[in-house]
Design a protein around this ligand. Sequence first.
Ligand SMILES: [Zn+2]
Length: 175
Amino acid sequence: MAIIPIRKFPESVLRQKAKKISVIGDSLKKDKAMQNLIDDMFETMYDAHGVGLAAPQIGKSLRLAVIGIPPEEEEGEVKEYVLVNPEIIKKEGERILEEGCLSVPGYRGEIKRAETVVMRALDRNGKAYRIKTGGLLAEAIEHEIGHLKGELYIDLLESPDKLFELVDDDKAVSK
Ligand SMILES: [Zn+2]
């Protein structure tokens, strides 16, 4: 496993539309390079204290992201998700959130996201799954799928005064 440097705004790979992954099903499960890439993405995300990381953030323009939702209580375990070729198939409601991004360090911004999302994707074994969720997981799903479209949360700010510079970046939950 390895920690990969995280690409920062305004690097062009963050603005590209990521390519669909063509290795699916059992072939994905057996694809050593892909499995290693997924492990490296989790390691890189945890090293950066992030809750999500999309492949373009480490310079790979692929429709792949990982999410790790921290436990609500201290003894709980991180809930991990691998998103291969994810698509949001339904969004409901609206809420205002303060988001941060590992590729835009030192800032947070206030943006609108859906209250709940329904997403379909493949897991790391190439199996299809579907999630309906709200909370931090829904936020992370929208944020990571944004990365796969070449979108950053700073594109979604209603006005420049909704972007805040951080004094202490360590306390921010970023993706
Ligand atoms: Zn991000």
